[in-house]
Design a binder for this molecule. Structure first.
Ligand SMILES: NC(=O)c1ccc[n+]([C@@H]2O[C@H](COP(=O)([O-])OP(=O)(O)OC[C@H]3O[C@@H](n4cnc5c(N)ncnc54)[C@H](O)[C@@H]3O)[C@@H](O)[C@H]2O)c1
Length: 463
């Protein structure tokens, strides 16, 4: 078993640390956020992810998992050092790599000899592997130049002696809401590096997962491992997310045409999804993609292409279709309610997808802003946000703590996030309590006939 340090304990870092500890590695997770670290040290997860708290507590109890704010401690401990900090988008679409830079520099300034593998798990722009190596070396040199009191290294020691490391790109494909399942049942593991020593250590690290020992279905196939150069591994992540985002934009475009010609996009999606070359997944028309990954990753790839003189027209079109799709609910509300000023709209769901508490770039936030601008009152219920402290950070929306009160006095309901429990609400009772029983199903996930029998005027997307 290996000694691992995971730096950054967000949706990716915490899940990675917990899962690696669960399979027996000695893991220390580092974060700069003291409050978060204190919470985790007390056995509580700062994020909602199904199954995470339980797995975290058992890994802590077995002594395989620790949390700290002390990077020195993490670097000393880890043979494998994961960088899993955020890489949000800058206003021009470029990826903001300042957190990765700070961590790489920090690692360099704490290296003390002994071979390490530094793993980029954050989604980083193509070419970041070599850049991280350079920043780590900057950190080493700065420490050598620092005054003795700050823990400097004698300048007689060559930087290469303390800095015996390789960089690996190991992009993460987990989905929020099923992150634990995805970690133990990945479709593939991608390892990008030009060092066979580093690749061998990474294969050793993941071997229990690669061998399928933690699959939900025992006796499954081993997990395919793709070994590539650094840049190709970085590109795999951007290409995968850009493909999925484009596939959603494609079906949304088909839905918009369906709306005009009177076809039903759910039937069309079923018809094309049965073609094995196309596949059924990511063909649910709706209010567009959001969240912490697709928008920023597509924007970053467009930006990278631009840096190299290439106009990524298809990706730009996927973004444009998505931007338009985010207006669709408003258009449908205006179509049925006409004037929105003074009307009350209830939103079912706030997070960008079910089974997460993540509100980053959630379509609901844009809808709230648009409705507020047009003078409508907005109420919402979300199974996680309604129960957590997150609701206090939301403006322009009254967050109900009970789903059954959401419909009271509403002129329309909009299903924004396809939480499973929204399929089973007592819609007949809700229709009774509304000014006008209108429901816009932004994810085409409800039973249209059932809703109509409950007394609703039902509007889907492209059906
Ligand atoms: N969220 C996802 O579903 C997902 C999936 C695949 C890949 N990714 C990628 O993984 C990376 C992390 O995403 P996330 O959603 O987990 O981010 P996040 O924002 O949830 O978490 C980042 C964490 O890093 C910590 N941090 C920032 N600077 C630090 C520093 N100098 N030292 C230690 N900790 C520091 C923050 O306090 C925070 O806890 C991003 O590059 C993202 O694109 C995310």
């Amino acid at each position: 078993m290996l000694r691992v340090c995971v730096i950054g304990t967000g949706y990716v870092g915490l899940v990675t640390g917990v899962c690696l500890a669960h399979i027996g590695h000695e893991v220390i997770c580092i974060d700069v956020n003291e409050e978060k670290v204190k919470l985790m040290q007390s056995g509580q997860s700062p994020i909602f992810e199904p199954g995470l708290s339980e797995l975290m507590q058992s890994a802590m109890a077995s002594g395989h998992l620790q949390f700290s704010t002390n990077l020195q401690q993490g670097v000393d401990h880890g043979e494998v050092l994961f960088i899993a900090v955020g890489t949000p988008a800058l206003p021009n679409g470029e990826s903001d790599t300042r957190y990765v830079e700070a961590v790489a520099k920090g690692i360099g300034s704490h290296l003390n000899g002994g071979y390490k593998v530094i793993v980029n798990k954050s989604t980083v722009p193509i070419g970041s592997g070599d850049w991280v190596r350079m920043i780590v070396m900057d950190g080493v040199s700065e420490r050598q130049k620092a005054p003795v009191a700050a823990g400097s290294l004698p300048t007689s020691i060559h930087p290469e002696v303390v800095a015996d490391f390789d960089v690996v790109s190991n992009p993460e494909f987990l989905r929020e809401g099923s992150a634990i399942y995805d970690t133990f049942n990945p479709d593939r593991i991608v390892l990008g590096s030009n060092s066979s020593r580093a690749i061998a250590l990474m294969q050793q690290l993941y071997s229990p997962i690669i061998e399928g020992r933690y699959r939900d279905q025992p006796g499954g196939e081993p997990v395919p491992v793709l070994v590539t150069d650094l840049s190709s591994a970085e590109m795999v992540k951007y290409a995968a997310n850009s493909f999925l985002a484009t596939k959603i934009s494609f079906i949304n475009e088909i839905a918009n045409i369906c709306d005009r010609v009177g076809a039903d996009v759910t039937q069309v999606a079923a018809g094309i999804g049965l073609d094995s070359r196309i596949g059924k997944k990511f063909l649910q028309a709706g209010i567009g993609w959001g969240g912490s990954c697709f928008p920023k990753d597509v924007a970053a790839l467009i930006h990278t292409a631009d840096d190299y003189g290439y106009d990524a027209q298809l990706l730009k079109a996927a973004v444009e279709v998505n931007d338009h799709q985010r207006q669709i609910i408003l258009e449908k509300l205006q179509q049925v309610l006409k004037i929105l000023k003074g009307k009350t709209v209830g939103l079912l769901g706030l997070t960008f997808k079910p089974d997460t508490d993540d509100l980053r770039d959630a379509p609901a936030l844009i809808l709230i802003e648009q409705l507020n601008r047009l003078g409508a009152k907005v109420k919402a219920y979300d199974p996680i946000v309604s129960q957590s402290g997150l609701r206090h950070g939301l403006t322009g929306v009254i967050v109900e703590t009970d789903a059954s009160h959401l419909a009271d006095g509403c002129d329309a309901l909009v299903l924004v996030t396809e939480w499973q429990q929204f399929r089973d609400l007592d819609y007949a009772a809700m229709a009774q309590r509304m000014h006008s029983p209108i429901l816009i199903d932004g994810r085409n996930c409800l039973d249209r006939e059932l809703l109509m029998r409950a007394g609703f005027q039902y509007l889907g997307i492209g059906r």
